[in-house]
Design a protein around this ligand. Structure first.
Ligand code: SF4
Length: 429
């Protein structure tokens, strides 16, 4: 039997028209600086210079502690408390730090000045600083800026802000260029390679990824570009790319067998791939994924799960866990609900799923305690207190750091949810 079931059963619209509970209270989510942890690994000739406080430096150093043995591609220019009269000094200091960094690290081709939320940083005009430094160091180095401030961004929105800052720099493609597929959103290299193999097998040869592995490999953009989002948190980037003429393909996200198949199908349809050729390209990896999910389903079927809002991956994950692994969704919280990008995901969610957008953390904790789920997906700050209250948790951040997209990662993705449950069972034995 095919593991892909119809997007909607007869007479059901899934959660297409659902009105989520909207909450705007205290929230427990990382800021957008966190995105630097995966972005610096992806764009190998870029450097991320956080303009911030000691708190910002601690955040990214502790989150990326593994990098202490290598020359890191991120750092923090710490702006101490200054009054407005000290801004000239702050700009001079920033220029000095950048000049020193670029002189010492000639391999850097793209430098991001990343804003943060301390008031002294907000007073600095980082876009002017980026233009000034770019003029000074181009063409060898381009300097861009974006904000990772906790006031403006949550967790994964840092990637959206980073990629959006790159869009104006992308070259325009010639008017009569051939149709090209651009996959948008950071994916592990191994996942990119798998997707390229499958797409090539279908006959889609012109495939690019944004962000590219090297900043100098600029992706041309224009009316010939077909965009496929690999991550659900790229609202601003997608809007800017569409404004450059690119066309967004409607698809769910490539998590699990169904998500991956519909996502690839969307590209196949846009490029005129025949059903036979599509099947030939996906049959073997689909079968491998189905075998790996069958094992995980033994642990997850019927288990009740609660999502706190964190990465914006919650809705695609909930769809995967309910439809392919039989989990029961108690609440699916998301920081933001982008209805257009989530259209297919919402249609595939079981009808009646309780969705919430934003957060009022104390109220949400009360709902979670009252339901006592088998598994809670939440940020690091909530996980330990909930574990102490007898709940089993999964850290949402792991879902962003781990390669989980595509057929060959479907089993690993399911295992991220089985592991905390089996650990809890062993502790209780
Ligand atoms: S940007 Fe703001 S929220 Fe993020 S680490 Fe710095 S001070 Fe904290």
């Amino acid at each position: 039997m095919s593991p892909v079931i119809p997007i909607q059963s007869a007479g059901s619209k899934g959660c297409t028209d659902v009105i989520p509970l909207v909450e705007r209270g205290q929230r427990e989510v990382f800021c957008g600086l966190t995105g630097i942890i995966w972005l610096h690994r992806k764009i190998q000739d870029a450097f991320f210079l956080v303009v911030g406080s000691r708190t910002c430096a601690h955040l990214i150093q502790s989150a990326a502690g593994v990098m202490i043995f290598a020359e890191p591609r991120f750092g923090t220019a710490i702006i101490d408390e200054r009054d407005l009269a000290g801004l000239a000094d702050a700009n001079t200091e920033l220029d000095r730090v950048v000049n020193q960094l670029l002189a010492r690290r000639p391999e850097i081709k793209l430098l991001f000045l990343v804003g943060s939320c301390p008031s002294e940083v907000i007073k600095l005009d980082l876009s002017r600083a980026a233009s000034r430094l770019s003029a000074q160091h181009s063409p060898a180095v381009r300097v861009l800026n974006y904000s990772g401030s906790g006031i403006e961004t949550t967790f994964t929105q840092g990637e959206d802000a980073c990629l959006a800052s790159m869009v104006p720099e992308m070259p325009s493609s010639p008017a009569h260029a051939e149709q090209e597929l651009v996959i948008v959103g950071t994916l592990a290299d191994v996942v990119e390679d798998q997707f390229v193999r499958i797409l090539n097998h279908m006959g889609i040869e012109r495939v690019r990824f944004f962000p590219p592995r090297r900043a100098q490999d600029q992706v041309p953009i224009g009316a010939h570009t077909r965009l496929l989002l690999a991550q659900p948190f790229l609202g601003d980037t997608a809007r800017l790319l569409q404004a450059r003429g690119a066309r967004l393909l409607v698809a769910p996200f490539p998590l699990g067998i169904e998500g991956t198949t519909h996502w690839l199908q969307s590209a196949a349809t846009a490029f005129g791939v025949t059903p036979e050729r599509f099947q030939a390209a996906v049959a073997a990896p689909m079968a491998r994924a189905a075998a790996s999910l069958a094992r995980a389903k033994l642990h997850l079927d019927g288990k009740r799960i609660f999502f706190f809002p964190d990465s914006q991956l919650e809705i695609p994950l909930a769809r995967f866990l309910s439809r392919e692994l039989g989990m029961k969704l108690l609440e699916v919280g998301t920081p933001y609900l982008h209805r257009q990008h989530m259209a297919m995901e919402l249609a595939m969610l079981p009808e009646g799923t309780f969705l919430s957008e934003g957060q009022d953390v104390e109220k949400q904790l009360d709902r979670c305690r009252a339901l006592h789920p088998d598994l809670v997906v939440c940020g690091l700050g909530l996980a330990n207190p909930l574990e102490a209250q007898g709940m089993t948790t999964k850290w949402a951040i792991e879902l962003v750091f781990t390669p989980i997209q595509g057929y060959d990662q479907a089993g690993d993705l399911a295992e991220l949810f089985t592991r905390p449950l089996t650990r809890r069972m062993r502790l209780a034995a």
